[in-house]
Design a protein around this ligand. Structure first.
Ligand SMILES: *Cc1c(COP(=O)(O)O)cnc(C)c1O
Length: 389
């Protein structure tokens, strides 16, 4: 099976991890801060906090912004469940804002309309989380302008978008947000096995996330509430978690990050090649937004006629899987998940998201995908569309 996404591991990656195994620290050693510094430097952010997953980073980001019981949190319905679960962990009230089906990103028109309505009802969100879907940055300048007008904070779910740029700056610079989150899951742009990172330009938010990453414990005498009795002392100052990244993972992250530019260029050239090969067929790629360059985490096509014929996508999907091609669907709208329905979370209408969901199919895209494999995928898709249409 050709997977839809997969990691790219070299001997250099392997050597870096093996070297840590022989060192004094498997976790909480020198490589975690080094990795944090490298990612922050690459993205132009002042601070970075490495954690055990993208989900953990999203959770800490919500907590650092003070999201709590009864606060409102909005995100996209077309994202991985973690984008909304992180706010539910904090006791927040989660709701969803419709997407633009052409791009898969949050619709600025829908967000504006919703905010204007919520203002009148006294139901404004405390935090809004745009998701840079498939690696393509949302219109962050517009979201930022709305945050000024309506007084909400912004977390960017950039788990797809390491290596993307927005207004010629790297995603992660936090120019238009409080915190930006990356994931290093193996299908994402770079990997540490599991892992994630939260970037910010606000020292207090970074300090809060660092504290919560490790049980809410500090060992820094300068931060303690009372002078320590001895050098063994530590203080638990908040209820935190064990969300630490290991040095083994950080070592892999550092060598992976060295290849970030190459990964993104390869993904981009494969995506451009897909666009060319698929031109004139009964599918449309996601539309490109004018204000950013995608990292091409996912290559999604929308199948023509799939709204009118709800079985079409299933037939095409099964046909492709039957030929050994690991197509996928990103994502099932979160409010349609059974648990969300049972809890009555996000009950509303999302016509853009529902339309997008009916049509969407993710084709394989990762740096090691070969062009002959890509040709095979395109031929199989054309035949599947012919037989299924
Ligand atoms: C992968 C992903 C996450 C979660 O990241 P993990 O590292 O797997 O915890 C969150 N949001 C989106 C959109 C993702 O794709």
């Amino acid at each position: 099976m050709i997977p839809y996404g997969r990691q790219d591991i070299t001997q250099e990656d392997i050597d870096a991890v093996v070297e840590v195994l022989g060192s004094a620290f498997l976790t909480q050693g020198p490589l975690v801060p080094e990795f944090e510094g490298r990612v922050a430097g690459t993205c132009g952010a002042a601070h970075a906090v490495a954690v055990s997953s993208g989900t953990a980073a999203l959770h800490l980001a919500c907590l650092a912004l003070g999201l709590g019981s009864g606060d409102r949190f909005w995100t996209s319905p077309i994202t991985f469940v973690a984008s909304a679960n992180c706010a539910l962990y904090c006791g927040a009230i989660v709701d969803f804002v419709d997407i633009d089906p052409e791009t898969g990103n949050l619709s600025i028109a829908a967000l504006t309309e919703r905010l204007e309505w919520a203002e009148g009802e006294g139901l404004l969100p405390k935090v809004v989380m745009p998701v840079h879907f498939a690696g393509q940055p949302c219109d962050m300048a517009a979201v930022h302008a709305l945050s000024r007008r309506f007084g909400f904070r912004i977390i960017e779910d950039a788990t797809h978008a390491l290596g993307a740029t927005h207004d010629n700056r790297p995603v992660g610079s936090c120019r238009y947000s409080d915190i930006t989150v990356f994931s290093f899951h193996p299908v994402k742009i770079i990997t540490t096995g599991e892992g994630g990172m939260a970037l910010t330009n606000d020292a207090a938010l970074a300090a809060r996330m660092s504290l919560l990453r490790s049980h809410g414990i500090t060992r820094d005498p300068a931060e303690m509430t009372a002078p320590p009795e001895g050098k063994w002392c530590y203080e638990q100052q908040a209820l935190g978690f064990n969300y630490r990244l290991t040095d083994l993972q950080a070592a892999l992250g550092i060598t992976q990050l060295d290849r970030l530019e190459g990964f993104v260029l390869r993904r981009r050239s494969l995506a451009v090649r897909y666009n060319g090969l698929l031109a004139g067929r009964l599918v449309s790629p996601l539309q490109r937004e004018p204000y950013g360059v995608s990292s091409y985490h996912l290559y999604v096509v929308r199948l023509h006629g799939a709204v009118e014929d709800p079985g079409l996508r299933t037939r095409v999907f099964d046909c492709m899987r039957g030929r050994g091609i690991g197509v996928n669907v990103h994502y099932i709208p979160i409010p349609t998940q059974p648990w969300y329905r049972e809890q009555g979370i996000g009950i509303g209408t999302y016509p853009g998201a529902m339309r997008y969901y009916r049509e969407a199919l993710t084709l394989p895209l990762w740096p090691g995908l070969r062009e002959d494999e890509q040709d095979y995928i395109v031929t199989a898709l054309s035949e599947a569309l012919e037989h299924s249409g």
